[in-house]
Design a protein around this ligand. Sequence first.
Ligand code: EPU
Length: 336
Amino acid sequence: MIQHDVSLLPYNTFHLQATADSLCEIKSAADLGVLYNEGKLHQPMLILGGGSNIVFTRDYEGLVLLNRVPGRTIIQEDEENVLVELGGGENWHACVQWSVNQGWGGIENMSLIPGTVGAAPVQNIGAYGVELKDVFHSLIAFDMHTGMLRTFHYSDCHFGYRDSLFKNKGKGRYFILQVLLKLNKKPAVHTRYGDIQAELAAMGVSNPGIKEVAEAVIAIRRSKLPDPAELGNCGSFFKNPVVDSALADHLQEEYPELKRFEAGPGRTKLAAGWLIEKAGWKGFRRGAVGVHSRQALVLVNYGGGTGAEIRQLAQDVQQSVLEKFGVQLEMEVNIV
Ligand code: EPU
């Protein structure tokens, strides 16, 4: 069941070459139980879902666990809601489409996000005004320190913007087997995000349901974001920075068109893509890597680029945005 010296090329959407000492596909808690009892879980380990948020800068000297746990089960339902349990290895977008086709609302704004269900809570994925935490009920994980199953409810997960316990204190410890989502059978659509309104208008839709919202999101993403199957990338490479509103006010004096959003008392979120574009990086290419020409928040690998080249480009972008705007960009992706 454990393979040795495995190329990670098929397992990361940046299409980076790296070799793992060992790799094991996990389909159930029982698979992990066997590894635990054999003492195989006491070594450096990396859990991979769709590999859509990771940059390999070197070979991986440890065990890669591929989350391939399947399953889509209705746990409970009434007239208003349905509680579904999704296997951590399920493809996220396929689950969104399944949900939309059943008429269950809640995750349609997160259509076409690459990756797996198990990775969704880790970085609290989000798009177009909705985050995973908005529909999250609970999750079941295998604790690799104790060999026991553990249920995490909403408050246990410490969700934040692209953040959770599983990215911090619990990093690498919990293997997410199932995620339970509470979906709505009488869904209200979320169309406040400007791009969605514009896209629906362009589609000629005046009274959208979840299906139309999903279609609009898919169209927007296809127009801005590169398809990882065609061009290596990890979606947004950086988080949108949250800064003191005083700094945002100061910047806005010089740049009246600054993109800003309220983020709590005295705090303002800035659009990292806008900052990077203004710093002159949009469409920049260095060898086989670059900054995407339609969305500056996305770094791309044109083919044959290395993780080290991507990391260097990211650091140069960070440095330049810091010098120009006094804003420190934080990477969203995991660098290994
Ligand atoms: N903008 C620019 N230039 C650019 C990119 C963006 O000026 O090159 C401006 C846009 O015009 C807009 C603002 O920045 O006014 C925000 O842009 P956009 O709506 O494209 O969203 P984003 O803030 O760049 C975030 C998420 C995306 C998510 C979109 C839509 C983060 C780090 N990224 O991007 O998530 O799809 O909002 O909700 O929060 C991802 O996490 O991988 C991801 C793609």
